[in-house]
Design a protein around this ligand. Structure first.
Ligand code: GLA
Length: 408
C-alpha cells in the first residue's frame, strides 16, 4: 500500500471520528486573584492534551461492547486504567480512575445542558504536556473532553460557555473551588500573546508580549499531599476576609474591590489580613503590568512586578515553600531574567521565568545545578512559546505519539 492509499483508507475509516486539542497554561501574573474577582494574565503553552472520540456506532472496530449507553475513557498517561461507564450513571471515581473525574464532570455538565452524545463512545487521550509541572493538565483534559464530546453530539458552544462549563465541572464534580484562570487561558490562548481575563465580568482578551521574550518553567517536582485542601483553605480565608469586610462596606462584591486603606480599617486576625494584602496588591501589579505592556514600557521594569508577586505570595499568601523561594530568588537575580515567580496554586509546583533570548539553556542548567547544590535534587526545566488555545483538530495532523500509532 502506498502512503497515499493508506491515507485515503485512513480518512475513510476515521471520517466520523472527532479530534480536539487543549493546551496547558502558565499563570503569568495574578496569583489567587481569579476567584477573588480580579484580573489575571495567563499564557497558553505549545503543549497540551489531545482527545480522540470514536462514536458508539464504530466501536465494533475496536472490539467494544454494543451496549448503547456504555462509554469508555482511556489515557496513554494512565496505562492500566481504562474506565468503562454508563451514560445513565455518572459517579465520582477514586484511586486509579481519579483522573477520569475531569472528563466525567464535563460529561455531566453537558448532560445537564442537553448537549451530550445520546449514545456511548470511546475517548482516547494523549498528552505532550509534562506531567505534575503545574501547567494545568486538568483544565486541558476538561476542555479537550468537552470539545470532542460536543463534536460527537453535533453541538456547539461559544468559547466563553465552554470555559464556564469546564470550570463548573471542576467546582461541582471534582470539588475544587478554582477560579476561571486555567480554563480561560487554555481556551483563549493566542500565539505570541497573553490572555487577559477579567474574572468578575468573565471577559477574555489578548495582549501582545514584547518580541524577543521567552517563558521558562522550573519544576521543583514537589507536590504537597494536602495541596487541594490547602488551596481550599486559602479560598475560605479570602471569603472570610470578604464577609468581614462586607459588614463595614456592604457594597463590595469581591475582595479585589477593597483598597488597602479599607482593608487596614478592618479588625482582622493576622493571617486574614495578610491574605487580603496579597490579593489587593497583586491586583495592582496585574493592572500595572497590563498598562505597561500596552504602553510598551521597558520589559525589565515590568519584570520587577513578577518578582514582587512572588515575594507577596511567599510572605502574605503563604503558598510558597523554601524550594520555590530559592528558585525565584536565583532567577530574579540573573541579569537575563526579566522576572520570575511561583505559578499556579503554589505549595510546591513550579516557578516561571520571563526572560529575553539572551537567557540560554546553559543559564537554565546553571540554575538547576545551584538547586541541586542546595537541595541535593535534580529538577527539570522547560521552555514554552505563547500559543493558540483549544480547538477542534484534524486527526491527520495528530502528533507522532502512540495515539496516532494506534490508528496507523
Ligand atoms: C490554580 C487554580 C486557578 C488559580 C490558581 C492560583 O491553578 O486552578 O483557578 O486560582 O491556582 O492563581
Amino acid at each position: 500500500m502506498t502512503k497515499a492509499e493508506y491515507l485515503e483508507a485512513f480518512k475513510k475509516t476515521s471520517q466520523n471520528w472527532c479530534f480536539s486539542f487543549a493546551p496547558g497554561r502558565i499563570e503569568f501574573l495574578g496569583n489567587h486573584l481569579d476567584y477573588n474577582g480580579g484580573t489575571v494574565l495567563g499564557m497558553a503553552v505549545n503543549a497540551g492534551i489531545y482527545c480522540l472520540g470514536v462514536p458508539h456506532s464504530e466501536n465494533h472496530h475496536l472490539g467494544i461492547s454494543q451496549d448503547q449507553n456504555q462509554f469508555s475513557l482511556f489515557s496513554e498517561s494512565f496505562e492500566d486504567s481504562e474506565f468503562v461507564g454508563n451514560l445513565d450513571k455518572i459517579e465520582k471515581q477514586s484511586g486509579k480512575y481519579g483522573w477520569t473525574n475531569y472528563c466525567l464532570g464535563v460529561l455531566q455538565q453537558l448532560q445537564n445542558r442537553e448537549l451530550s452524545p445520546k449514545e456511548g463512545f470511546r475517548l482516547i487521550f494523549t498528552s505532550n504536556l509534562p506531567t505534575s509541572v503545574g501547567l494545568s493538565s486538568s483544565a486541558a483534559l476538561e476542555l479537550a473532553t468537552c470539545l470532542t464530546l460536543l463534536q460527537l453530539a453535533e453541538k456547539n458552544l461559544e468559547k466563553k460557555e465552554l470555559v464556564t462549563l469546564c470550570r463548573e465541572a471542576e467546582n461541582h464534580f471534582v470539588g475544587l473551588p478554582c477560579g476561571i484562570l486555567d480554563q480561560g487561558t487554555s481556551a483563549f490562548g493566542k500565539k505570541d500573546q497573553l490572555v487577559y481575563i477579567d474574572c468578575k465580568k468573565e471577559e477574555f482578551s489578548n495582549l501582545a508580549l514584547p518580541s524577543d521574550t521567552r517563558v521558562w518553567i522550573f519544576n521543583t517536582g514537589i507536590k504537597h499531599d494536602l495541596v487541594d485542601s490547602l488551596y481550599s483553605t486559602r479560598h475560605e480565608e479570602c471569603m472570610e476576609v470578604l464577609q468581614r469586610g462586607q459588614k463595614v462596606y456592604p457594597a463590595k462584591e469581591y475582595l479585589t474591590d477593597f483598597t488597602l486603606e479599607e482593608l487596614n480599617s478592618l479588625t482582622l486576625p493576622e493571617n486574614l489580613k495578610k491574605r487580603g494584602i496579597h490579593v489587593i496588591e497583586e491586583q495592582t501589579r496585574v493592572s500595572l503590568f497590563r498598562e505597561g505592556l500596552i504602553k510598551k514600557l521597558n520589559p525589565e521594569k515590568l519584570g520587577k512586578l513578577l518578582a514582587d508577586s512572588h515575594v507577596s505570595s511567599s510572605m502574605h499568601f503563604e503558598n510558597s515553600c523554601p524550594e520555590l523561594d530559592f528558585l525565584s530568588e536565583m532567577l530574579n537575580r540573573h541579569p537575563n531574567v526579566l522576572g520570575a515567580r511561583l505559578t499556579g496554586g503554589g505549595f510546591g509546583g513550579a516557578v516561571m521565568a520571563w526572560t529575553q533570548s539572551k537567557f540560554l539553556q546553559d543559564d537554565a542548567e546553571s540554575i538547576v545545578q545551584a538547586y541541586a547544590g542546595k537541595f541535593n535534587q535534580t529538577i527539570d526545566w522547560h521552555q514554552f512559546e505563547p500559543s493558540d488555545g483549544a480547538g477542534k483538530e484534524n486527526l491527520l495532523d495528530a502528533p507522532p505519539t502512540r495515539l496516532s500509532e494506534m490508528h496507523r
